[in-house]
Design a protein around this ligand. Structure first.
Ligand code: ADP
Ligand code: MG
Length: 212
């Protein structure tokens, strides 16, 4: 078996079936480097340019860990903009298409908060959103992160550039210390290294320079 085959990993049948239905035949470079570490439970810093398949890397990782019987937020993905969050939510829903009991809620700014509160009341395993709105829900107590097992910071460099550092810190402060933290970034400036030291434990770093 080629070592870039998804079948070289211990993935559920539902996950492999979803990958087949999406036509994902082999892992991209960033997936092949990061998924084994993610599935082991390690913290990770992954640097790769746009279009390299980072969403599926963390999406598969978080889906494999979910407990469908616990209807609280187990995975939180923070994205810099509503558009990016919506793309991520869509991709994770596709990856979860054969996991009918898994619920994902989008919490983005620029959208009415009422329906989001309603969705959260029904229970959500996965939350995808932008830092400002996620923080609003934490302040209102409509979102609780004490059962979180996976935190993903997607496009972390852009979130810092957009001034979300304080919101991110406030959110992370409400998550359990033993969570897995996955940090994805197109660039790796000092600010990212500094944040990683504050929020990650022995992170594995993977870098893919060119596209797969
Ligand atoms: P990034 O976040 O690195 O910019 P995305 O996660 O948005 O990249 O993925 C880019 C595109 O590649 C998406 O259209 C996605 O469906 C596709 N893709 C991801 N993984 C694979 C794969 N293993 N095989 C084929 N296509 C893939
Ligand atoms: Mg992306």
């Amino acid at each position: 078996m080629a070592n870039d085959s998804f079948r070289s990993l211990q993935l559920s049948k539902a996950q492999l079936d979803a990958l087949d239905s999406l036509g994902y035949e082999s892992m991209t470079a960033i997936q092949a480097q990061s998924l084994p570490e993610i599935l082991k439970g390690n913290d990770l810093i992954a640097q790769a340019k746009t279009g390299s398949g980072k969403t599926a890397a963390f999406g598969i990782g978080l889906l494999q860990k979910l407990n469908p019987r616990f209807f609280g937020a187990q995975a939180l993905v923070l994205c810099p903009t509503r558009e990016l969050a919506e793309q991520v939510g869509k991709e994770i829903r596709k990856l979860a298409r054969f996991m009918p009991n898994i619920k994902l809620v989008m919490l983005c700014g620029g959208k009415p908060i009422g329906p989001q509160i309603g969705s959260l009341e029904h229970g959500a395993h996965i939350v995808v959103g932008t830092p400002g709105r996620v923080q609003d829900h934490l302040r209102k107590n409509t979102l609780k992160l004490d059962g979180l097992t996976t935190l993903v910071l997607d496009e972390a460099d852009r979130m810092l550039d957009m001034g979300f550092a304080d919101a991110m810190q406030a959110i992370i402060g409400q998550t359990p210390k033993n969570r897995q933290t996955l940090l994805f970034s197109a660039t790796y400036p000092d600010t990212i290294q500094h944040m990683s030291r504050q929020i990650q434990r022995n992170p594995v770093t993977v870098t893919v320079e060119a596209e797969h």
